[in-house]
Design a protein around this ligand. Structure first.
Ligand code: MRU
Length: 349
């Protein structure tokens, strides 16, 4: 089998978008190929591609397809076609800020183009650059985060914030990779992450392929693992972080963080600056609600009675008082977050 970290989760090749079909993992490693931005929108919506940075880059590549699909003869017609495509791509998933960030970045560059040809070139080259930069950013985040972890630590992670949630290398799992690359021996405990099981299907898959010592636990064993001294530190990714340090991430993150606090275990978040939304207030972030069938069955097997009412939020919010540090490519923010996050953005200019 191929080594996942050597693969790209999402890639632009010969004017097509190539993605790993993540709903098929861990049973099959299959790639899909798209030449229509509507297919990319559908892939984001149906979790063929998922994870905040990966959907940011996928949105940008979607606009790359849209400039090739457009029949526009003038600059203004092309911008108008791109705006329609942007709206369709944006409507797929509401919580991760990276999607809107990636789409806006491309739209802003497109608007600087003076001709149809120039816009086509600008959109495609910028989207490809964003994908390459995502890997560099993850590596920088890894270097900043690695010193926070010790030799022989067992690190718990929730959901998948790895190579499969980014273009490659990963955010939270990128820090774990960088810790190992710095010569430390670490073990990982991955939560199953019901209902979509990103932990069992994706995190254990990519870590096992990379030769990590990884153990899978049901989400319900987080307290047990911490109370019994099985965990030294926790690291997760994020879909959106607001300027006050409130972190929106996969449903269940808040429970893990609360339990970590109870047991005095450091709880870290790793995310690029593109995941930090300086404009939106925590109370205004939209939490995606997903279909009940994700909870009433496992695969094809029904595990709940017919017509049961289901509440299925895809994300939750972890408040800053539960977070030991937010690791970014520009450094590590610590409380008070409003100040330290602002400083990271100043360092970025
Ligand atoms: O619903 P998903 O699988 O897209 O949710 C993904 C997560 O919550 C990740 O932890 C987050 O996007 C960070 S990925 C580097």
């Amino acid at each position: 089998m191929q080594n996942v970290t050597g693969l790209r989760t999402v890639e632009w090749k010969n004017n097509k978008v190539i993605m790993i079909e993540q709903t098929k993992l861990p049973n099959e490693l299959v790639f899909v190929e798209y030449n229509d931005f509507h297919q990319v929108a559908n892939a984001i919506k149906t979790l063929i591609v998922r994870g905040a940075p990966a959907i940011g880059v996928s949105g940008a590549f979607g606009l790359g397809l849209a400039v090739l699909q457009s029949q526009a003869n003038t600059r203004d017609e092309l911008i108008s076609d791109l705006e329609k495509a942007r709206n369709i791509l944006f409507a797929t998933r509401p919580t991760a800020v990276n999607l809107g960030w990636g789409l806006e970045k491309i739209m802003n560059v497109a608007k600087t183009g003076e001709s149809v040809e120039q816009i086509r070139e600008l959109v495609i080259s910028t989207a490809k650059k964003m994908a390459d930069e995502d890997i560099e950013i993850n590596k920088a985040m890894g270097k900043n985060g690695a010193p926070l972890f010790d030799n022989n630590d067992t690190i718990m992670t929730h959901c998948n914030a790895g190579a499969l949630a980014t273009v490659a290398y990963g955010t939270a799992l990128g820090v774990i990779r960088a810790t190992r690359e710095s010569g430390k021996n670490v073990k990982v405990i991955a939560t199953e992450t019901r209902p979509i099981q990103q932990g069992s299907r994706l995190t254990t898959f990519e870590l096992k392929h990379d030769g990590f010592d990884v153990s899978l636990i049901p989400d319900t064993a987080v307290g047990y693992s911490m109370a019994n001294g099985l965990v030294n530190k926790v690291i997760v990714g994020a879909d959106r972080i607001v300027k006050t340090g409130h972190v929106f991430n996969k449903i269940g993150t808040y429970q893990v963080a609360t339990m970590a606090k109870q047991h005095g275990i450091p709880f870290y978040v790793a995310a690029p600056l593109s995941t930090i939304d300086m404009k939106t207030k925590a109370e205004d972030v939209i939490i995606e609600m997903r279909k009940g069938s994700e909870v009433t069955g496992i695969g094809e097997k029904k595990t709940a009675p017919d017509d049961i009412n289901v509440i299925n939020p895809a994300f939750d919010m972890t408040p800053p008082e539960l977070i030991t540090g937010i690791i970014t490519e520009k450094g590590v923010a610590i409380a008070p977050y409003e100040e330290s996050i602002q400083k990271l953005f100043e360092a970025n200019n």
